[in-house]
Design a binder for this molecule. Structure first.
Ligand SMILES: *Cc1c(COP(=O)(O)O)cnc(C)c1O
Length: 390
């Protein structure tokens, strides 16, 4: 057998690996047409071609499905691929989609530009107000997309109220649960029809894999979403899936630690001179406190936002003083704390007036708490806020 023979030299083994192997093979061989028939007819388990599915995606999809209480799950090559698979897999020209007006930036772009370009009308409404969603309904509304907690202003969706509106209208409700994760909220158990994740964030947790996930208990919905995702090539890389599965094993530990850190940091920030406002879901003074408690209980999640006095110059001083301790980076869900400044990153495309309308001033910061020791984390921010105050 020459070294380049395609006959596999993989050793048989009477023992099984404890961890999932990585299976990068693009293509799978079969014993013959009859065996392929059985795979395609769903009578036997098997893989054919990696874009159509591969073991690392299957194992990751099942793990997240278990966490979300979903009968079916699909891993995609990014969180946005998951959002796109849902919106474009389910809607056609002439349909209407309602979205939260503070969705993730790229989701907002899809609602504002890509769907209308394809003849799908969209309306953006305040997701903390179910009556606003109801008022936006049209006879041709086919989908509602919200996030449990909004970025970066930490507003809380009225999930129960919107689920009721969606059910009465016969429009599936899709919930992007990236911020809160199934550790805090399981949207399917609260009336949502579809759950979406950017697995890139907390679930994978180490900023080294870009992935998404879609789950549902409705086989008919998945039968429309999955073939579209496969046709569009939204398939994930086996290596990324493997990394994410490894990350997922420590997800609960990381989440609980990050959440405790976020809650402690929110409390400390509130006491600091020069901090004008703090946004954290379990705050009694939170504008959506009445929604937060029934939805999240005491699970405030790992995200804290805050606003400092002194505008952009003070913001520059704060980031400068934290350099070397807290990464200034426009992402979230990493094992370490990251700090972002939405007016110069995720929300830079908005006019200052549009930013002001949703409460984002030049002194606005978003923190994704990580798993550091809480005291050191709070000390770092104390130093940053003091530097900002000048
Ligand atoms: C990051 C993010 C996305 C997009 O996920 P990617 O993996 O970056 O494509 C979607 N929704 C939310 C809430 C996010 O935070």
């Amino acid at each position: 057998m020459s070294g380049s023979s395609r006959r596999s030299a993989w050793p048989g083994s009477v023992t099984q690996p404890l961890t999932s192997p990585i299976q990068p093979s693009v293509v799978y061989t079969a014993d013959g047409p009859a065996a392929l028939d059985r795979v395609y007819e769903g009578e036997a388990t098997g893989f054919t071609y990696a874009r159509e599915g591969h073991p690392n995606a299957t194992v990751l999809a099942r793990r997240i499905a278990t966490m979300e209480g979903a009968g079916q799950g699909l891993v995609t090559g990014s969180g946005m691929a998951a959002v796109g698979a849902v919106l474009l897999g389910l809607c056609r020209a002439g349909d209407h989609v309602i979205g939260g007006n503070q969705l993730y930036g790229r989701s907002l772009r899809m609602m504002g530009e890509d769907l209308p370009r394809l003849g799908i009308a969209t309306s953006l409404v305040d997701a903390s107000d179910a009556s606003a969603v109801k008022a936006a309904l049209r006879p041709e509304t086919r989908l509602i997309l919200i996030e449990t907690v909004s970025n970066p202003t930490i507003r809380i969706a009225d999930l129960a109220g919107i689920a009721e509106v969606a059910r009465a209208a016969g429009a599936p409700l899709a919930v992007d649960n990236t911020f809160t994760t199934p550790r805090a909220v399981q949207p399917l158990a609260r009336g949502a029809d579809i759950v979406i994740h950017s697995v890139t964030k907390l679930l994978a947790g180490h900023s080294d894999a870009t992935l998404g996930w879609v789950g549902t208990n409705d086989a008919d919905l998945m039968a429309r979403i999955e073939p579209f995702a496969v046709t569009m090539g939204l398939t994930p890389s086996p290596f990324d899936c493997w990394l994410a599965e490894r990350g997922l094993l420590s997800f609960e530990l990381r989440y609980d630690r990050a959440e405790a850190n976020a809650a402690a940091l929110a409390g400390a920030l509130r006491q600091m001179h020069g901090v004008a406002r703090v946004f954290y879901p379990t705050d009694p003074g939170h504008p959506d406190a009445a929604l937060a408690r029934p939805l999240l209980g005491n699970r405030g999640s790992h995200m804290v936002s805050f606003e400092i006095e002194g505008g952009r110059p003070a913001a520059e001083r704060l980031v400068g003083a934290l350099a070397g301790e807290i990464a200034f980076a426009p992402t979230l869900g990493d094992i370490s704390t990251t700090l972002s400044h939405p007016p110069s990153s995720s929300h830079r495309g908005l006019s200052p007036a549009a930013r002001a309308a949703i409460g984002i001033s030049d002194g606005f910061f978003r923190v994704s708490a990580g798993c550091e020791e809480a005291g050191a984390l709070i000390e770092a921010f104390r130093k940053g806020v003091a530097a900002a105050a000048g």
